[in-house]
Design a protein around this ligand. Structure first.
Ligand code: BLA
Length: 512
């Protein structure tokens, strides 16, 4: 494995203009036509593919550059062209065959010629049964993990990549490998986590617009566009939708460092946002033809739609379950006479209610706690801080040590806090704690499970450093509080205050 090149600047990842690299990947070539049908820009690898000097093609027609037969084959396909590449034809020029993709951008008609091994035209007929079978398979899978695993298997079968990962982003953009299909050539990354910074913001934005990308050989030398800028606008070409767009050198280095020379990723868009990626890798360079890429893109769309409906159903299920627990807790609370004892008896449900690992009730001098919580002194200090600093019906954070530095002392048990004042008059609190997320992860089957801090520092731009930096990023943070949990907790509080009020009235009646 190579080390990251010292010339690569990692501080400006978010600013790299990846849509305008001014070059393409050299396994194909580009001819850009003006609205009048003249070649006005070409890639400088024309010589290699066509045996023609790039300058000699400028100012000429398609027929001049490709021959009249090929031009005649292509021209009818160039009349209705949109901003996304569509397949025009498979053409033969000299001894080589090319799939030609065409799209219109920046007032240019962009023709991309991808070298292919086969002689005949690309064939899309196999797509229909494939997509139909996949839909059926997905309807049998109950969980998002199982659906993702099926998608990974299917995409590996279509493309022959060594490894296919289904990668999900969390609210902060960090990634988590949910499913994997692997032929054993490359290491497994199942369960692995990566920081948001591994796929910078502008790349994610591009991946929402353009849902598939292929890197054919991470060792490639880019082919530059001639002239360098779009001659009609004098500005760098926007290659957002060009299938041959040259990719970020930082990412190419990352790929070389991880021992993968080819990659393809398919965006998973759920409710209009980048939910995750299907990310494929190969140890050796690999080309996937447009017809197969189209199949993968469609499988990705089907998976994303199924994920969307599954998430909606899971959310409803989750709310029902939380409500069921809430009702049973409230029923338990009306049993005995001592409120605190009553609360103590429903602790296990209380934990389940908030998916917490510790809970405590603080009522004046009395503290009752259950599960993993800070100690009594720490709890008192925390409540004193809450009284001074929080004034809402509910306070919650998944980064307590950041908000309240003394919690650094016990962040492993309590990085997340949900605090509920349970009296309108007194300073009484119900507290739930969530542990530091890093330590709750199930690393089963993951070869990278051991603590990286104990090893020599890993080389930059590798999944190993990514994992270490992910750990760094999520230090002192718990799993986030789910909006459904917060809503239910507020409802729970209202019910609890109602019970307390009823109790107080009963006591008053008794006293009369
Ligand atoms: C792009 N980074 C990507 C992509 C992935 C990853 C999947 C999409 C491109 C593709 O299909 O290959 C990240 N790939 C991973 C990770 C694993 C993996 C985490 O296989 C783990 C198994 N990358 C960095 C840093 C920078 C960076 C520090 O790690 C910042 C300069 C940049 N990554 C970067 C850029 C792109 C990218 C700029 C966009 C590439 C492009 O489309 O031009």
């Amino acid at each position: 494995m190579t080390q990251a090149s010292p010339t690569i600047d990692l501080s400006s990842c978010d600013r790299e203009a990846i849509r305008m690299p001014g070059s393409i990947q050299p396994h194909g070539f580009v001819l850009a036509l003006s609205p009048q049908g003249t070649v006005v820009q070409v890639s400088d690898n024309l010589e290699r593919h066509l045996g023609k000097h790039p300058e000699a093609a400028l100012g000429r027609t398609l027929a001049d550059v490709l021959g009249t037969d090929t031009a005649a084959q292509l021209e009818p396909e160039l009349t209705r062209v949109g901003a996304r590449p569509s397949f025009a034809a498979t053409v033969r020029v000299g001894a080589s065959s090319f799939d030609v993709l065409v799209h219109r951008y920046d007032s240019l008609l962009m023709l991309e010629f991808e070298a292919v091994d086969r002689i005949g035209a690309a064939d899309f007929r196999h797509l229909y049964p494939l997509v139909g079978d996949f839909l059926l398979q997905l309807s049998d899978a109950e969980t998002i993990e199982k659906m993702s695993a099926k998608a990974a298997d299917e995409i590996r079968a279509v493309t022959g990549f060594n490894r296919v990962l289904v990668y999900k982003f969390d609210e902060e953009g960090h990634g988590h490998v949910l499913a994997e299909s692997n032929d054993g050539v490359l290491p497994s990354y199942l369960g692995q986590r990566f920081p948001a910074s591994d796929i910078p913001k502008q790349a994610r934005e591009l991946y929402v617009a353009n849902r598939i990308r292929l890197i054919h050989d991470a060792n490639y030398a880019p082919a530059r566009l001639v002239p360098q800028n779009n001659p009609l606008t004098e500005a760098p070409n926007d290659l957002s939708f060009a299938a041959l767009r040259s990719v970020s050198p930082v990412h190419l280095q990352y790929m070389r460092n991880m021992g993968t020379l080819a990659s393809m990723s398919v965006s998973l868009i759920v409710k209009g946002e980048l939910w995750g990626l299907i990310s494929c890798h190969n140890a050796a360079p690999r080309h996937i033809t447009f017809d197969k890429r189209t199949a993968c893109e469609q499988l990705g769309q089907i998976l994303a739609l199924r994920i969307q409906s599954r998430e909606l159903a899971d959310e409803l299920q989750f709310r029902l379950e939380v409500r069921r627990i809430m009702v049973s807790v409230l029923a338990g609370l009306t049993q005995g006479s001592d409120f605190i004892e009553n609360m103590g008896s429903v602790f296990p449900e209380l934990l389940q209610f908030a998916r917490a690992s510790g809970a405590a009730i603080v009522v004046d001098d009395r503290i009752v706690s259950y599960g993993d919580t800070p100690n009594e002194t720490q709890l008192r200090e925390l409540v004193a801080w809450l009284q001074l600093n929080t004034h809402d019906d509910l306070y919650y954070t998944d980064k307590l040590p950041e908000q309240y530095p003394p919690a650094q002392a016990y962040q492993r048990t309590a990085s997340g806090l949900l605090a509920m004042p349970i009296s309108r008059i007194h300073e009484h609190y119900l507290l739930w704690f969530r542990p530091e997320f890093v330590y709750t992860i199930d690393w089963a089957g993951n070869p990278h499970a051991k603590d990286p801090a104990q090893d020599a520092p890993p080389a930059p731009l590798t999944p190993r450093t990514s994992f270490a930096s992910w750990r760094e990023t999520v230090h002192g943070a718990s799993a986030p509080w789910h909006p459904g949990e917060i809503e239910m907790a507020l409802e729970f509080r209202t019910a609890l205050l109602g019970i307390a009020l009823e109790r107080a009235e009963q006591m008053a009646e008794l006293a009369e």
